[in-house]
Design a protein around this ligand. Structure first.
Ligand code: SF4
Length: 305
């Protein structure tokens, strides 16, 4: 039995990738162990959004190597290192690929079978989580000045409705109370399916009548729409929750960031959401200290909040 510690850093999309890796290996002689436990292989499915994220991942890799495990670096950081020909880490297997996880899965299968080729035991089924992340979208067609995600995850790509439905039904079968629909730019879901929208996906999932609640992990400002508010307000299975990466309350800074957004329009939409969705929980991402941000820009963000 190959003991694998799968460490995930970063966003919910990355967490969903790790869950999918676990699920893909459930019939293999692989035992997933907690971080810090003695493992044969330590996979770090790593974010590379910030220098801090890179440091955390490299620290986990170094620790794994010191403890005698085989370190494997995967996820966005692995993709960035390979794409940029940056110095690699000694004795670390680097497996790029975020949209396509098959390379990592087949490597782990090989390692698992190489260790105990004739004694394939069943591992536990997909772990029960009361609130699993289900990835419905990956990649991004935007080009925000500070963001490396499009270059490591590629263009926006939606997961087909049937595939999402199957994942939702599996989560329901395992007793989940709620699922979190994740993606890099969820609002772009369906653009690659002949103009379908994320509402088509939500309606299909709500139509399953699983009794579970659906939470949208995060939605870009361009996805704020009355159609979305109606669904959040009008269906008992939708969490009245919005997390919006607003990033700044200064239009000048949004423009410098190369964001599509318009502060005035965003403020209008957030007010409308508050009016239309009873009990709304609203979260924002904001970047402070963006290069070129003045005191006045910062005060505009404070006023916006
Ligand atoms: S929309 Fe989000 S993921 Fe896409 S480039 Fe901008 S910050 Fe990055």
């Amino acid at each position: 039995m190959l003991k694998v510690a799968l460490i995930t850093t970063g966003c919910r999309t990355n967490q969903a990738d790790s869950s999918a890796i676990r699920a893909a290996l459930k019939e293999m002689p692989v035992q997933f162990v907690a971080q810090g436990t003695q493992a044969d292989v330590v996979v770090v499915n790593a974010c590379t959004l910030t220098a801090d994220a890179d440091r955390t991942a490299k620290k986990a890799i170094n620790l794994a190597a010191r403890q005698g495990a085989k370190p494997i670096l995967a996820g966005c950081l692995a993709t960035r290192l390979v794409n940029s020909n940056e110095a690699t880490l000694d004795d670390v297997l680097i497996v790029p690929g975020t949209a396509d996880r098959n390379q990592l899965i087949s490597l782990l299968k090989k390692l698992a079978l190489g260790q105990q080729p004739q004694d394939v035991e069943k591992t536990k089924p997909l772990e029960l989580r009361t609130r699993p992340n289900i990835k419905v979208q990956d990649g991004c067609n935007h080009s925000c000045a500070y963001c490396i995600v499009p270059s490591v995850r590629g263009p926006a790509k939606s997961v087909a409705v049937d595939q999402v439905k199957a994942a939702v039904l599996e989560a329901a079968g395992l007793g989940a109370a709620e699922v979190v629909l994740t993606g890099i730019d969820l609002a772009s879901w369906g653009q690659d399916f002949g103009g379908k929208t994320v509402f088509d996906l939500l309606d299909a999932l709500l139509g399953l009548n699983t009794g579970m609640r659906f939470r949208i992990s995060s939605i870009e400002p361009h996805g704020l729409d009355e159609g979305l508010f109606q669904r959040l307000a009008g269906h008992k299975d939708m969490c009245p929750f919005l997390h919006v990466p607003a990033q700044s309350g200064s239009q000048r800074i949004l423009d410098l960031m190369n964001r599509d957004g318009n502060v005035e329009k965003l403020e209008q939409m957030l007010r409308l959401a508050k009016q239309q969705i009873p009990g709304l929980s609203l979260g924002l991402d904001l970047i402070c200290g963006f290069p070129g941000e003045s005191e006045d820009d910062f005060e505009q963000t404070v006023a916006f909040v």
